[in-house]
Design a protein around this ligand. Structure first.
Ligand code: GAP
Length: 440
C-alpha cells in the first residue's frame, strides 16, 4: 500500500490530525474553545516554519547580490493604505443568507448556503478585509491604524531609504518575511486561508523595458523553488490570470498552484505591478520614489515584479506533499518525506537502551551533531517505535547507539525513506551526514 496525496480522500484530515498530535499546529486558544481561523505553531511546527522561511531567505536574499532584506512595521497609518488602494478596493463581496443569517463570501459558495442549503441571499456588499485599530491612548480619527494585509507596502514606502543606504540600482529587489492580517470572510482549509498568516514577499524593481523578461524569470524561479524542496512536478502548475481577473495594481499575474486535496489552488502569486505602487506613494506623500540613471542621465519610476508567497500556506503544501503511508516489515507506517532542509528534526539520536553505560557516548554524539543539525534525543520506548515516531515527523536520519558502539566507536545510521541502515564510525559521522545532505 502506498497512498499518494492525489488519491487519498482523507489526506487533509490525516495531516491535520498528525499536525496536532505531534506538535506542529494547534488551534489557537483551544482551552477557551478555540479562536476561529487562528493557529499556534508547536515545537515541531515552529522548527518547520522557520525552515521554510530560511529556505526562502537563502534562495531569495543570501544567494543573490541583487536582493536585500527588510523588516517593516505591521501597524501603519491610513495614508499608506489609501495610497496603495487597499482602503478603496481591498474588499470581498459579502452576502447574508436570508434564511439562517450566516455571512458568506459570494464568490466561494456557488449560490447555495453551506450552512442551511438555502439559495436566497442579500445583495452583495463590498467588505474591506483590513483589520482596523487605534494607535495611542486618544481615540478618534487621528488615531486610526491598520494591521498590514500584505508585507509589500513596507518595501515601497522604504524605497528611497534602501536606495540611499545600499549601492544598488535596478534591477534589484527588497525582500521581507512577516505576518500579515486579513479579516477573511470565509477562512478555510486549516492554515490555507487564515486571518493571521505569514508572507514571504519580494519587490523586484526593474527598468520598465525589462519588466516582461523579469516577470517570466521570477515565475520560473519560484516554480523551481518548490520543486527543489520536494514538491513533485505533477502536483505543481502555473496558472496565468485572465486580464479581467487581475488585482487593481496588476499588469499580469501568474499563480504557482498546488494540487491540494480539494483541487488546484493558489500557493503563490507572481505579479507585474508596473509603476503603480511607487507612483501612488510618490503622489500621495509628495516624496518622489524614482531612480536616477546617471549613465543615461535619465530619471524614471521602476516597474515592480512581485513574487508573493505565504510561509504558512507553503508549509501546509510541503506537509501535504510529504505525507505517505507505506509498509515496512509487514506493518503500515506513516512517514513524512520532507526534504531534510524543512524537517523539524534532521537527526534523532537514539541510545538503544536507557542503561547508563550508553549515556556518555550518546551525549558525545549529540554534542557532535547539535551545532550542525536540528537534533532530537529520545531514550523512551522500543527502538522500532522510536523509528516510527521519527518517520512520522519526517526526521531523515536516526542515529542508534548500541553496546557495540562502546567497543567499535561506531553507530548505526538509519535512512527514513529506505529504512536502510549503515554502520558509521563516530569520527566520520559529521562528514557522512554532511555528504548525505549535499554539504561538503
Ligand atoms: N502583495 C501581494 C499579495 O499579498 P496575495 O496573492 O494576496 O498577494 C500572496 O498573497 C500570498 O500570501 C498568497 O499566494 C498566499 O500564499 C498567502 N496568503 C494570502 N492570503 C492568505 C491567507 N488569508 N491565509 C494564508 N495565506 C495567505
Amino acid at each position: 500500500m502506498d497512498s499518494t496525496p492525489a488519491t487519498d480522500p482523507d489526506l487533509l484530515d490525516k495531516v491535520i490530525n498528525l499536525a496536532k498530535r505531534r506538535g506542529f499546529i494547534f488551534q489557537s486558544a483551544e482551552i477557551y474553545g478555540g479562536f476561529r481561523s487562528t493557529y499556534d505553531y508547536g515545537p515541531l511546527g515552529v522548527n518547520m516554519l522557520r525552515n521554510v522561511k530560511a529556505a526562502w531567505w537563502r534562495a531569495m536574499v543570501q544567494m543573490r547580490q541583487d536582493v536585500v532584506g527588510l523588516d517593516a512595521a505591521i501597524l501603519g497609518p491610513p495614508a499608506v493604505w489609501a495610497a496603495s488602494g487597499h482602503l478603496e478596493t481591498f474588499t470581498d463581496p459579502l452576502v447574508d443568507c436570508r434564511k439562517c443569517k450566516e455571512r458568506w463570501r459570494e464568490d466561494k459558495i456557488d449560490g447555495v448556503c453551506p450552512n442551511c442549503g438555502a439559495t436566497e441571499f442579500t445583495e452583495a456588499r463590498a467588505f474591506n478585509l483590513m483589520f482596523k485599530t487605534q494607535a495611542g491612548p486618544v481615540e478618534g480619527e487621528g488615531a486610526t491604524a491598520y494591521l498590514r494585509p500584505e508585507t509589500a507596502q513596507g518595501m515601497f514606502t522604504n524605497f528611497n531609504n534602501v536606495l540611499s543606504t545600499i549601492r544598488k540600482k535596478p534591477p534589484f529587489g527588497i525582500a521581507q518575511i512577516g505576518k500579515s492580517f486579513r479579516n477573511e470572510i470565509t477562512p478555510q482549509n486549516f492554515v490555507f486561508r487564515t486571518r493571521e498568516f505569514e508572507q514571504m514577499e519580494l519587490e523586484f524593481f526593474v527598468p520598465p523595458a525589462e519588466a516582461e523578461q523579469w516577470y517570466r524569470y521570477w515565475i520560473d524561479q519560484r516554480y523551481r523553488w518548490y520543486l527543489d524542496l520536494g514538491i513533485p512536478a505533477d502536483q505543481l502548475r502555473l496558472h496565468e490570470h485572465a486580464a479581467a481577473d487581475l488585482s487593481h495594481y496588476s499588469r499580469g499575474t501568474t499563480d504557482v498552484e498546488f494540487a491540494y486535496p480539494w483541487g488546484w489552488d493558489e500557493l503563490e502569486g507572481i505579479a507585474n505591478r508596473g509603476d503603480y505602487d511607487l507612483t501612488q506613494h510618490s503622489n500621495a506623500s509628495g516624496t518622489k520614489l524614482e531612480y536616477f540613471d546617471q549613465a543615461a542621465n535619465e530619471r524614471y519610476t521602476p516597474y515592480v515584479i512581485e513574487p508573493a508567497a505565504g510561509a504558512t500556506r507553503a508549509m501546509m503544501a510541503f506537509l501535504l506533499a510529504a505525507y505517505r503511508e507505506d509498509e515496512v516489515e509487514g506493518e503500515t507506517r506513516t512517514v513524512l518525506r520532507l526534504d531534510w532542509r524543512l524537517a523539524p528534526y534532521q537527526v534523532a539520536v537514539l541510545p538503544l537502551s536507557k542503561k547508563p553505560e550508553l549515556e556518555g557516548v550518546s551525549q558525545q554524539v549529540l554534542s557532535l551533531l547539535q551545532p550542525h543539525f536540528a537534533c532530537d534525543y529520545d531514550v523512551t520506548q522500543s527502538i522500532g517505535r522510536r523509528y516510527r515516531r521519527q518517520d512520522e515527523v519526517g526526521t531523515p536520519f536516526c542515529i542508534t547507539i548500541d553496546f557495540d558502539s562502546l567497543e567499535d566507536a561506531a553507530v548505526t545510521v538509519r535512512d527514513r525513506d529506505s529504512t536502510a541502515q549503515e554502520r558509521v564510525a563516530i569520527d566520520d559521522l559529521l562528514a557522512h551526514l554532511r555528504a548525505r545532505t549535499n554539504q561538503s
